[in-house]
Design a protein. Structure first.
Ligand SMILES: N[C@@H](CCC(=O)N[C@@H](CS)C(=O)NCC(=O)O)C(=O)O
Length: 226
C-alpha cells in the first residue's frame, strides 16, 4: 500500500502511540491515523503488522515500522540531528536514553500487569508475578523522581530543550497513573514534571483516557448479546 502521508495505527490511550504522535507533531510532519484498538481491531492491525500491536507506522511507500523506538529513530533521521529530539552524543544522550529506558521498563511491566488482569481469570493470577512487576514499576518511578528532584530549576529532564526523554516519561507515567492505577504522591518531583508536560497543547491534542482493551472474542460475544 502507498499513501500520501504516513499512517499511524493506534489509539491515544496507548502511550507508545502517543509518543510517536507527539514527535510527528513537534517535527511538523503530517500523518493520518487509524484509531484501532489492539483488542477488538487485532485482525485489522495484523494485516499491517505481524505483531498486531500499536503503534504501527505505515510509511508512504508501504514500508511498515512495528516498534515505537524504531519509528522515533526513523523520524529523528528524517528531520536531521539539528532538530532531533535526542542529544546527538555524549553524556546528555546517555542520560536521555537512560531515562527513556527506565520509563519504558516501567510501562512494559505495567502492561504485563494490566494484560494479566484482562486476559487471565482472577483465580489463575500469579500474585508473586504481579508483585514482582509492581516492585519493578516502583523502582523505576523512584529513580525518575530522583532525577526530577536533581533537575529542580530546569524546565526539561536533559539540557535546555524538550527531548524524547520528557515525552516518554510524561506519556508512560500518565499511562501508569491511569491503567494500574497508581498514585504519584510518593513521587512529587516526577508528578510536577509530568503535569507540566501534560498541560502543553501538543500533549493534550494527542491524549485519550485509558480504556482497557477488550479481547476480540469478548468483544464479539458482547456484540452478539447487544
Ligand atoms: N515495544 C513496543 C510495545 C508496543 C505495545 O506493547 N503496545 C501495546 C499497546 S499499548 C499492544 O499492542 N498490546 C497488545 C499486544 O501486545 O498484544 C513498542 O514500543 O512499540
Amino acid at each position: 500500500m502507498t499513501a500520501a502521508r504516513p499512517i499511524l495505527i493506534g489509539m491515544y490511550d496507548s502511550s507508545y502511540t502517543r509518543r510517536v504522535a507527539i514527535a510527528l507533531s513537534l517535527y511538523g510532519l503530517p500523518f493520518e491515523r487509524r484509531a484501532w484498538s489492539v483488542g477488538k481491531d487485532f485482525d485489522r492491525i495484523s494485516q499491517y503488522s505481524p505483531l498486531g500491536r500499536a503503534p504501527t507506522l505505515v510509511l508512504e511507500d508501504g514500508e511498515v515500522l512495528t516498534e515505537s523506538a524504531m519509528m522515533l529513530d526513523y523520524l529523528d533521521q528524517l528531520v536531521g540531528p539539528q532538530r532531533a529530539l535526542l542529544p546527538a552524543t555524549g553524556l546528555a544522550r546517555r542520560d536521555a536514553l537512560r531515562l527513556i529506558a527506565l520509563a519504558t521498563g516501567a510501562i512494559d511491566k505495567a502492561v504485563l500487569i494490566v494484560l494479566e488482569r484482562i486476559f487471565r481469570p482472577v483465580e489463575m493470577h500469579s500474585e508473586a508475578w504481579l508483585s514482582r512487576c509492581r516492585i519493578q514499576v516502583d523502582g523505576a518511578l523512584h529513580e525518575l523522581d530522583r532525577h526530577c528532584t536533581a533537575r529542580a530549576g530546569h524546565d526539561w529532564l536533559v539540557g535546555d530543550a524538550m527531548t524524547h526523554a520528557d515525552i516518554a516519561v510524561a506519556c508512560f507515567t500518565t499511562h501508569l497513573r491511569e491503567s494500574l492505577p497508581l498514585e504519584l504522591a510518593p513521587y512529587p518531583a516526577l508528578r510536577t514534571h509530568v503535569d507540566r508536560c501534560e498541560a502543553l497543547p501538543v500533549f493534550r491534542q494527542h491524549y485519550a483516557p485509558f480504556d482497557a482493551p477488550v479481547p476480540a472474542s469478548d468483544h464479539d460475544a458482547q456484540a452478539t448479546v447487544a
